[in-house]
Write a protein that binds this ligand. Structure first.
Ligand SMILES: [Cu+2]
Length: 316
């Protein structure tokens, strides 16, 4: 082959490569995730004495499953509303930037809906049902958390241990929508339970950590109405990241307000062994259920992101 042809051939290959890279819609490191959830109208345990509640949920638990992806990833989401349900349901992902009329519309029992989005911004985001009356669908338990990890893992310090905590208000009568509008809640929940992580309460557990570990709490306030003033008793948040974005970094924070429908990531490096209750310092909320005790000791075992979801009580 003459040299000129070889050069042209190389040019053609390079042009092809360039054109190929230009038409790629997503970066090569990005992944696609198929996420399917089912709207489940069911009873769930909300108290350590075994008390159950007629909840509306994603996949049967309060909160719904944690979705975890990396910045730039694509999520193909499908919601199924089984024919056995009685109500319309929907899904609204705060991590998405897509048309809400088309994608977040409520579907009737017996229908499914699918939509797709790219998780463009890293952070911790709320997801929830938006079917009317939305205040009731959220109050009855249709919410959860999606973590979008930064594509650059070095954007922040590596966590030694991670938990997801979702705060919400609990209304004893699931059908009393007026009480929900009037903010007449009975309890405040962390991960769907009253004092779920309080070892002194019947059926209560705890969150574990070892001294010196950087504990990262992905915190979501589901509301529907109240603000959370998130504080670690006996500690100071080393860092708070608004919406969980590593670039929104605060240092040395005692309490940080997370409004309904918002979220933040909280890092605490626990200096020494002991008990550190994580609370909303809005005390009516803490004393009505929103206390999660972080128990710090050398024997702490690994734990899932959301321990005790679902809350299965030991047989009596
Ligand atoms: Cu719903």
């Amino acid at each position: 082959m003459p040299a000129s042809e070889r050069v042209f051939g190389l040019f053609a290959v390079l042009t092809g490569l360039l054109a190929g890279s230009l038409v790629l819609s997503a970066p090569t490191w990005a992944k696609t995730h198929d996420v399917a959830m089912t709207a489940v109208e069911t009873d769930v345990v909300i108290e350590g004495n075994g008390e159950k509640y007629a909840a509306w949920t994603f996949n049967g638990t309060i909160p719904g499953p944690v979705v975890r992806v990396t910045e730039g990833d694509t999520i193909n989401f499908t919601l199924t509303n089984p024919a056995t349900n009685k109500n319309p349901h929907a899904m609204d992902f705060h991590a998405a930037e897509i048309d809400f009329l088309k994608n977040y519309r409520a579907i009737n029992a017996g229908e499914t809906i699918s939509f797709k989005f790219v998780a463009k911004k890293p952070g911790i985001f709320f997801y929830h049902c938006g079917a009317p009356p939305m205040i009731q669908h959220v109050a009855r338990g249709m919410f959860g958390a999606i973590i979008v990890d930064p594509k650059n893992a070095k954007a922040w310090a590596k966590a030694d241990r991670e938990y997801v905590l979702v705060q919400s208000e609990f209304f004893k009568n699931p059908d009393d929508v007026q009480a929900m509008f009037d903010r007449k809640y009975d309890n405040v929940l962390f991960n769907g339970g009253i004092f779920k992580y309080h070892p002194f309460v019947t059926g209560g557990g705890k969150l574990d950590a070892k001294p010196g570990e950087r504990v990262r709490i992905y915190f979501v306030n589901a509301g529907p109405n109240e603000f959370s003033s998130f504080h670690p008793i006996g500690e100071i948040w080393d860092n708070v990241y608004e919406s969980g974005n590593p670039t929104n970094k605060l240092n040395g924070v005692q309490t940080y307000v997370v409004g309904p429908g918002s979220a933040a990531t909280f890092d605490v490096v626990v200096e020494s062994a002991g008990a550190y209750p994580l609370v909303t310092h809005s005390l009516t909320g803490a004393l009505r259920g929103a206390i999660a005790v972080l128990l710090v000791g050398p024997d702490a075992k690994p734990a899932p992101l959301m321990p005790m979801v679902p809350w299965v009580l030991p047989a009596k």
